[in-house]
Design a protein around this ligand. Structure first.
Ligand SMILES: NC(=O)c1ccc[n+]([C@@H]2O[C@H](COP(=O)([O-])OP(=O)(O)OC[C@H]3O[C@@H](n4cnc5c(N)ncnc54)[C@H](O)[C@@H]3O)[C@@H](O)[C@H]2O)c1
Ligand SMILES: [Fe+2]
Length: 388
């Protein structure tokens, strides 16, 4: 008999997963938001350059809505990006916000939807549960298969030169998430790999989280890992394979649903200082520390890692320890085969930087508290040293 602890689970109410669906966005808006008149698309300059925003914008215009595009989102968005986009939304009197891009664009879209209609300042909503009131209607369209932000209740903002802060609130769940792999066909291999590993980390950390582990997140995490591990290398090597790309988007979303309800832990806590201090993309920062955090957690997480190995390396056999180790090796091999950086030195980090990284990691108390094994400052430094 299994004795499940009590749990709560929330996610986005409407999900459409269909290649090509973004070109029919107008019809979806008419169906779900018949009162919307003025749409604001939130994206970044890199995605705008692909030209892929044009078809959804055209379809929304054809459905009778006015369209504005804010395309100045910067990766790991700083506060200024949010405040600038907020001005655009207010001037245009936008009544529906559409995030289309990676996690950076979707996170900004969430915050615009929350703040455009509100007296609250951005500075007042950092932390957990500090958003009051209702947001504008919000649609999220991911163009990376990574963050899962389209189905999470979290937005991450770069607040200082090197620090990031999170906003966690139920209002950050979108009304509609749309998974259209046609938008991801041109994603470069290195970005595909790093963002895909980010999604895998979401699943692994959700499954092994100290708090809020629950049967729905467990199921989603396993399904996500199966899809992501089976398709990641193929999507890197054959970027225009629509089926592999759609599987990656689905896997990233399932992982997002999992970790939105069973939060991530030390991999993310140790990744953030790398991104903040050295401008390393979020997925790559995670990938660099992942094997070393898994090895650190091994003494307490062996049975759980062995369960995940059944999905990622089904051919693994032997003892629980051997299967758990096979998961770590599989994740290392994935990064190696994808050809992305694997050592901190490759992104410009030296021995002299490890103390600062360890100090910064200790500030990620929300995430470290979710880790199955207590992480001291010395532990964090040793993990960075192992990754050097
Ligand atoms: N809210 C959440 O739940 C959550 C979870 C994890 C991470 N994050 C945040 O998300 C951000 C990272 O998001 P990300 O990894 O998706 O990267 P990103 O949004 O920063 O985009 C990375 C780069 O990829 C380009 N790009 C995106 N889609 C493309 C496409 N289809 N074709 C070509 N180029 C494309 C962009 O122009 C950009 O240069 C960070 O700020 C991180 O903190 C949020
Ligand atoms: Fe992440």
């Amino acid at each position: 008999m299994h004795d499940f602890p009590p749990f709560a689970f929330s996610t986005v109410a409407h999900i459409v997963a269909e290649p090509g669906a973004a070109a029919n966005l107008g019809a979806l808006l008419r169906q779900h938001f018949p009162r919307a008149r003025r749409a604001l698309f939130v994206t970044d300059a890199g995605f705008l350059r692909t030209g892929l925003v044009q078809a959804p914008v055209a379809s929304v215009k054809a459905a009778g809505l006015a369209c504005e595009i804010y395309s100045e989102v910067i990766a790991d968005p700083p506060e200024k990006t949010i405040l600038d986009a907020l001005d655009v939304a207010r001037v245009a009197a936008s009544d529906i916000i559409i995030g289309i891009g990676g996690g950076s664009s979707m996170d900004v879209a969430k915050l615009i939807a929350v703040l455009a209609n509100s007296d609250q300042a951005l500075s007042a909503i950092y932390g957990i549960g500090n958003v009051v009131g209702q947001r504008l209607p919000l649609v999220q369209i991911p163009t990376t298969a990574g963050t899962g932000s389209e189905v999470t209740n979290i937005a991450i903002v770069t607040t200082g030169a090197t620090t990031k802060m999170g906003i966690v609130a139920p209002q950050l769940y979108a009304d509609l998430a749309l998974l259209d792999a046609e938008l991801t066909l041109g994603l470069p291999p290195a970005v595909t790999a790093a963002t895909g590993i980010d999604a895998m980390v979401h699943a692994i950390e959700a499954y092994t989280t100290r708090h809020k582990k629950n049967p729905l997140s467990d199921m989603l995490a396993k399904q996500a890992l199966g899809l992501l591990s089976a398709n990641l290398l193929h999507a890197c090597e054959h970027g225009r394979d629509l089926a592999a790309r759609q599987a990656m988007l689905l896997g990233a979303m399932l992982a997002g649903q999992a970790f939105s309800n069973a939060p991530v832990a030390a991999v993310h806590a140790l990744a953030y200082p790398i991104g903040g201090n050295f401008h390393v993309p979020h997925g790559l920062s995670n990938s660099l520390v992942l094997p070393h955090v898994l090895r650190f957690n091994m003494p307490v997480a062996t049975p759980l890692y062995a369960e995940l190995a059944e999905v990622v390396v089904p051919q693994a056999s032997g003892s629980t320890e051997a299967r758990a180790e096979a998961l770590v090796i599989a994740m290392e091999q994935l990064a190696a085969a994808a050809g992305i950086e694997r050592r901190l030195q490759q992104v410009g980090i030296t021995e002299q930087d490890l103390d600062k990284l360890a100090d910064d990691a200790m500030l990620q108390t929300r995430l470290l508290g979710n880790n199955l094994r207590h992480v001291s400052r010395d532990d964090a430094r040793a993990i960075y040293a192992a990754a050097l």
